[in-house]
Design a protein around this ligand. Structure first.
Ligand code: ES4
Ligand code: ZN
Length: 321
């Protein structure tokens, strides 16, 4: 049932799909030395105690991405994986500042990713959108600068997002750049309530005017927030394996995804950074199903939610519902 259902993926960092094998081949191609001797050694390093311990390794891994071809190869590998998992539509995040801050130009990153997505549409029949994320551990000014340099590509992105270290970096820090993004016709999403408190989810809604909340699992700590999210049909893009790997929940049986669904929240299942967290979207569905005892009707609901929560135009959305 899970494997054969068509589904949309709405919370996926393209840099987080960098498999160790590709990391090694790109390091060799670009003559970069890695702090690991083998693929096995890389995999052993993927043990995290919280979000920051993951981000340190994730940003280090991204250094091997240098050329437009590298970004193409990264994205194409993910799309082939989508085909295998029956993902028919994907909305991918990328982090321009991770690359521009080390001298890789915005256009190199964007054109490489977008060329692969265009080929994915033609050759694999997978539709897609790009969401540009600002790194919240960097300054509001840096986000505004990134927004300025990205202007030539705005028409080819669907929206902007906010990711990286959550605690200490509330959504309000980025109100100005999100205002500008909306004025430019871009939609907005933000990571909130992954490690941060329910208040950060309110901040994402009230200040950043998000259409979706990424993660949002801590919303259950605030009953009035849950009521607001249900009434306004605000989707939450939940990433079960990510939450376990980053110790947001200690085991899958303790994940609150089922409780969220029972409260009437529009939850979707996603893979976040699949190379680092041990699985792509179907692995996430299987892990949640097993850990929480989800029945087929619930799996079907999650799949429908993924299309309803997407930025697909209604004519295309209806093809899947
Ligand atoms: C991320 Cl899991 C997660 N949370 C916040 N920012 C991120 N960037 C990549 N993965
Ligand atoms: Zn994420």
């Amino acid at each position: 049932m899970i494997d054969s259902l068509p589904k949309a993926e709405l919370h996926l960092h393209i840099e987080g799909t960098l498999e160790p094998e590709l990391m090694f081949s790109l390091a060799e191609r670009n003559q970069i030395s890695l702090p690991y001797k083998s693929v096995d050694e890389v995999k052993k390093a993927y043990q995290f105690s919280n979000l920051q311990s993951f981000l340190d390794i994730y940003y280090a891994g991204a250094q091997v991405l240098q050329t437009e071809q590298d970004f193409y190869d990264l994205t194409w590998a993910y799309l082939e994986r989508c085909k295998k998992d029956n993902v028919v539509h994907t909305e991918i995040f990328f982090d321009p500042q991770t690359h521009t801050d080390r001298g890789v130009q915005f256009g190199i990153v964007f054109e490489g990713i977008d060329a692969a997505l265009q080929d994915g549409r033609k050759q694999l029949g997978i539709s897609s959108h790009i969401i540009m994320c600002f790194l919240r551990h960097l300054s509001a000014e840096a986000a505004l600068d990134t927004f300025e340099i990205s202007k030539p590509w705005h028409q080819r992105m669907v929206g902007v997002g906010l990711d990286s270290s959550e605690l200490g970096h509330p959504p309000e820090k980025f109100t100005e750049v999100f205002d500008k993004a909306r004025q430019a016709g871009l939609k907005t999403v933000a990571h909130a309530g992954e490690e941060g408190p329910a208040d950060y989810i309110w901040g994402a809604l009230n200040e950043l005017k998000v259409f979706r909340v990424d993660h949002g699992v801590r919303c259950l700590e605030d009953e009035s927030l849950v009521q607001y999210l249900v009434e306004n049909k605000i989707p939450l893009t939940v990433c079960p394996l990510s939450n376990i790997k980053l110790c947001v929940f200690s085991r899958m049986s303790e994940h609150n995804l089922k409780q969220m669904l029972d409260k009437g929240l529009c939850v979707t299942v996603n893979s976040d950074d699949p190379s680092y967290f041990g699985g792509y979207i179907n692995d996430n569905f299987h892990a949640a199903q097993q850990g929480l005892g989800l029945d087929n009707q619930t799996i079907y609901q999650l799949m429908r939610n993924s299309f309803n929560a997407s930025f697909l135009e209604d004519v295309h959305r209806s093809e899947y519902l």
